[in-house]
Design a protein around this ligand. Structure first.
Ligand SMILES: [Fe+2]
Ligand SMILES: [Fe+2]
Length: 283
């Protein structure tokens, strides 16, 4: 069976007249073990684009969520409605980290803006969500994994200092976004990796995946690297470190930012591509 990843939500759309771009990320995964939705965008484009690219949400075996931010979880309610209780009608498994419903804020504007899941858990459950909240590495189906929390080891992957939460106190402090996780599909050609936003640091993530799977060949890595809104030192050191991995193709998107994406295109040449709305990648 042909296995593919189709980008449903991303910041940009080229061609595909009728599809919608938005600041967000969502990928439809068609695997030999069934179809899954990874992230849901911010909720403006998901169903429009799913219809445009003819993805049958009622056939989905489940939803995988990378982290709590609204540009990845805003479409969850629409997804639940379209999935109509899942293939068996008994609920749609939604795999995520226990921090899914935490409050967090972006301090990029004049005042803090809430960027957690925009819908209540009870509402999502009433619409059919069956939350499976796990902290650690998890096998969803044979050969399909979610990393869970990723150990932060590099000194230079500092992350985005404008993303905050209340932590244990009353003051907004930098959010480590410990819930950030990534999907890994094991294939005969190597590992297929779908990043969410890489808040854990793309180098930390790939290192951890290699460690957990015992494999070092990444045939394709796609998704958000969050190298847009970070310091130059992190960008250059991360790009340098990416060269140490055996990566066949790298397709960045979303929070990578256009400037960093252009830089990576120059660095990785033929191995580079951009994952905008409608791009279909072979798994
Ligand atoms: Fe994020
Ligand atoms: Fe994001």
């Amino acid at each position: 069976m042909e296995a593919t990843a189709t980008i449903l939500c991303e910041n940009a759309v080229y061609g595909n007249l009728g599809a919608i771009g938005e600041h967000g990320w969502s990928v439809w995964l068609k695997t030999p073990r069934g179809e899954y939705l990874f992230d849901t965008g911010q909720g403006k484009g998901l169903l429009n684009n799913a219809a445009f690219f003819q993805k049958d949400f009622a056939a989905a075996r489940g939803v995988l969520i990378s982290h709590h931010h609204s540009d990845h979880t805003g479409g969850l309610l629409d997804a639940m409605k379209a999935m109509r209780g899942g293939p068996s009608g008994g609920g749609v498994p939604v795999h995520a980290h226990p921090d899914l419903f935490k409050d967090s804020f972006s301090t990029k504007g004049d005042k803090p803006r809430h960027i957690g899941v925009p819908h209540r858990r009870s509402l999502l459950e009433a619409a059919g969500a069956d939350f499976r909240l796990e902290t650690g590495w998890e096998e969803i189906e044979e050969g399909i994994y979610m990393t869970g929390e990723v150990p932060r080891r590099t000194s230079y992957e500092i992350g985005d200092l404008e993303l905050k939460h209340y932590g244990d106190g009353r003051k907004l402090v930098v959010d480590p976004i410990r819930d950030d996780q990534t999907v890994v599909i094991d294939t005969e050609e190597g590992l297929f990796v779908v990043l969410g936003c890489s808040h854990a640091g793309v180098i930390n993530i790939l290192t951890y995946i290699a460690e957990k799977t015992g494999k070092s060949r990444f045939h394709t890595v796609i998704g958000g690297t969050h190298l847009g809104p970070v310091e130059e030192d992190q960008v250059s050191r991360s790009i340098e470190a990416l060269h140490e991995f055996d990566i066949g193709r790298i397709g960045v998107s979303h929070c990578t930012g256009q400037k960093t994406a252009a830089r990576m295109a120059a660095e990785f040449g033929e191995r580079f591509f951009f994952c905008s709305v409608g791009v279909e990648v072979e798994i």
